[in-house]
Design a protein around this ligand. Sequence first.
Ligand SMILES: *Cc1c(COP(=O)(O)O)cnc(C)c1O
Ligand code: SF4
Length: 337
Amino acid sequence: MIPELAAHRHVPDWQQALADAIRDPAELLRVLGLPAELPGPVREAEGLFPLLAPRGFVARMRKGDPHDPLLRQVLPLGEECRVLPGFSIDPVGDGAAQQAPGLLHKYAGRALMITTGACAVHCRYCFRRHYPYAEQGASRSRWSETLAYLADSPDTDEIILSGGDPLTLSDAKLGELVQALESVAHLQRLRIHTRLPVVLPERITQELLDILAETRLKVVIVVHANHPNEIDATVGAACAALAERHTVLNQAVLLRGVNDDARVLAELSERLFAHRVLPYYLHLLDRVQGAAHFEVPVDEARKIMRDLHARLPGYLLPRLAREVAGTAGKQLLGVTE
Ligand SMILES: *Cc1c(COP(=O)(O)O)cnc(C)c1O
Ligand code: SF4
């Protein structure tokens, strides 16, 4: 490589950190001081949905603990290969709700755009682990079709960027998208669903903050942390930087062996609040093939919520919710009966 040219091609730190993420289960186990031999089914699970975990996230895992709640979210397990009744490829009916390339318009006033298939981490329980991004994402070449649909939907006042993870887009692409969206006159709010502030906080750069500060749209950021150990000082600073100007909320998924405990969830809410993030949803698992071992039954979920209610002020309680294909919004589950 010609050194002079290399010096001009600056790769942002977050993109470098993403390129350096751990992709090999044996390496992940070695880094954590765990035995690194992998049984056949683990290799098979890895083949279905590859491991991806940024080193900064891995650094928050406890060394030598095979049951670490962060490790459990990213390590492929043989259980994922089981095909069970009731667990499907598209549990939330997204395939049927598509109105334009990568645009899901299921709920009144809000449209959701699948901007990219890329994430900075692969969560084993993800309901989009089988999503056909290549055919159904709103890739940049098709943004104009998506925008034309939005321009024709005057009752839509909120656009939700989802994925994959929209913050894996470069600042250039994201800036271009935000500009295109703000030209749709009836849009008022821009919501970004992202796990990057938690798994790759380096992503919250001044350039990104500037893009968000400059738009006329009201910005809502919904991050995704499931366990208090995910939130260290760096993550906290990234969230607080976003919260300087924007509303920042957290959604979590209730996961067996990760956060199925009111004490853990209470600590999660408190730690989020310390960095100006409020809890939004606690989702029941979407019944996606390969994630059955994470499921917490609904009666137990309600019991955990009652316990949480007894521990926390109302504003630190997430709403227990689940997605039911074909309904007008997420289903909110009552806690008291
Ligand atoms: C979850 C979701 C939304 C947002 O729902 P809120 O209850 O407003 O958070 C919008 N569109 C789709 C397709 C969704 O899955
Ligand atoms: S970051 Fe979100 S979209 Fe990506 S794998 Fe995790 S849960 Fe799924």
